[in-house]
Design a binder for this molecule. Structure first.
Ligand SMILES: Cc1cc2nc3c(=O)[nH]c(=O)nc-3n(C[C@H](O)[C@H](O)[C@H](O)COP(=O)(O)OP(=O)(O)OC[C@H]3O[C@@H](n4cnc5c(N)ncnc54)[C@H](O)[C@@H]3O)c2cc1C
Length: 460
């Protein structure tokens, strides 16, 4: 057994742990930060993401819009300072519907998000004298509008997005949104954190010692030996193992996980233009099966689901640079809470279901149902709370903090959630939205009653 000291020990080198280490060491000058992970950094969930970001959160209040606006400000600062090493773009999210009632709902959601600070809603109804619609550049993030463009006029819609289904009646193009390389974002922060003195230990946090109700040391199994680190502060940033590591502190963290898969496919026919935004189909749908297929599908474990009305939210984006022909497609149609098992249970038919679903939005992709280029499938768990908001702050043991439950938005939120966690640790001035993300909110019966009626329909 070897022994050492640290000011802060962080458990988990995904985006949550790395961004916390970076904030503490680079921005607060905290010395002696130790980052622990049994896996190589950024290899469990944080490199499986769609890497997209948005400030478009028409939810029950303005907390998520404010958090994401702050996070995107910080991401833009990092992009500026690093000559955009992590390739941040600003192509936007394009939500589309073939249902006139849903178009009305999009309008209402747009007004709501706008009132929360997401930027103005510009409605393009097709009449003369309306606002201008600015197309998005394929690369870069600067000098772009925020808010959203709701396009209802058929002329502009068909001209701008000719590859969408002719049934589409409205699209909402949210503009302070896009994607970046999550891996590069993590590596940039890890390199800078290391240069500022952060030590990375490859090992598993196996035991946390508390003395007089406060954190006193952490035991790390490295395979060869136990490293004991005496520390007054410990951050749980264990992603899908949040509950497991919380239990080492004797705590039950209020989280559960959903399985989210993603496929990539070579768009050999060039159906989706390489400068397209992130594309989301907002309508539920029934997949078209032949009688023979129907019989086969009925025998599958999830056959009933696949033959019935499937949920909205199938989405896609292009992947890679100009020469690449790859597309990412995701359809989270299984949303039951599940155990966090690795390797992931991936159904054989996931890719075919995604391609069938996205073909409703982009009919040209239907060609791949019969002649499917070899798909690649990966994914991970959305570890989340009941209100689908992060846990960022102190735990009920002195010196213990959590940065997690980052659900499906961990890369985009990490800059602002890490900022909050680091401010809690260093006892700095917190932003006024910090209360919405405190773990202690789940001890308040009034809050629990309030969120009973919440339904995060914006999750992708
Ligand atoms: C399919 C999919 C699509 C997504 N799309 C997006 C998106 O478009 N935009 C976005 O912002 N987010 C997206 N996300 C969400 C995002 O990927 C996650 O929120 C984020 O990666 C979570 O980061 P994390 O650091 O909390 O967890 P992880 O990246 O899982 O890191 C946790 C780390 O903790 C380590 N660990 C656990 N227990 C221990 C222990 N006892 N000792 C030592 N180490 C331990 C693990 O080994 C792991 O490396 C997506 C996620 C998925 C699955």
């Amino acid at each position: 057994m070897t022994a050492q000291n640290a000011e802060v020990v962080i458990c988990g080198a995904g985006i949550a742990g790395i961004s916390t280490a970076w904030r503490l060491a680079v921005k607060h000058g905290t010395r002696n930060v130790v980052l622990v992970d049994s896996r190589p950094p950024m290899t469990l969930t944080s490199d499986k993401s769609t890497e997209a970001y948005r400030n478009w959160w028409p939810g029950p209040d303005d907390a998520m819009v404010r958090l994401m606006n702050r996070s995107i400000d910080l991401l833009e600062e990092m992009a500026e300072a690093s000559d955009n090493r992590f390739l941040m773009n600003r192509r936007g999210y394009l939500y589309a519907t073939a249902d006139p009632e849903r178009a009305d709902a999009m309008h209402a959601a747009g007004v709501l998000a706008s009132s929360y600070g997401a930027g103005p809603l510009r409605v393009h109804s097709g009449g003369a004298g309306g606002p201008d619609y600015l197309p998005t550049p394929a690369e870069g993030w600067k000098d772009q509008p925020d808010g959203a463009d709701l396009i209802l006029g058929e002329g502009l819609l068909r001209k701008t997005f000719p590859f969408l289904s002719q049934e589409t009646v409205a699209v909402l193009h949210a503009r302070r949104c896009g994607w970046f390389s999550g891996q590069q974002l993590g590596m940039l922060q890890l390199e800078e954190a290391r240069a500022a003195g952060v030590e990375v230990i490859e090992g598993r946090v196996e035991w946390i010692e508390t003395t007089g109700g406060r954190v006193s040391s952490v035991q790390i199994g490295t395979g060869n030996e136990i490293v004991s680190v005496a520390t007054p502060q410990f951050v749980v940033a264990a992603g899908p193992m949040l509950r497991e590591v919380g239990a080492l502190l004797g705590l039950e963290l209020p989280v559960f996980s959903e399985l989210h898969l993603k496929m990539s496919l070579e768009d050999q026919l060039g159906v989706v233009p390489r400068d397209a935004p992130l594309l989301i189909w907002e309508d539920p749908q029934r997949l078209g099966w032949s009688d023979e297929e129907r019989e086969f599908v009925a025998e599958l474990a999830d056959g009933e689901l696949l033959l019935g009305e499937m949920p909205p939210g199938v989405h896609a984006r292009i992947e890679g640079g100009r020469e690449s022909r790859y597309l990412l497609i995701l359809w989270p149609y299984h949303l039951d809470p599940v155990a966090e098992n690795f390797p992931l249970p991936i159904p054989d038919h996931y890719a075919e279901i995604c391609v069938r679903g996205i073909s409703t939005m982009i009919p040209g992709l239907g060609a791949y149902v019969e002649r499917m280029p070899k798909p690649w499938i990966d994914g991970g768990y959305y570890t989340k709370t009941k209100d689908n908001r992060p846990l960022a702050g102190p735990l009920p043991i002195d010196g213990a903090f959590v940065h997690g439950a980052l659900s499906g938005y961990g890369l985009m939120a990490s800059a602002a959630t890490a900022e909050m966690v680091a401010l809690h640790i260093t006892q700095g001035q917190l932003p006024d939205y910090a209360g919405a993300f405190l773990p202690a909110r789940f001890d308040d019966p009034e809050y629990l009653a309030l969120i009973e009626g919440w339904d995060d329909t914006t999750q992708l």
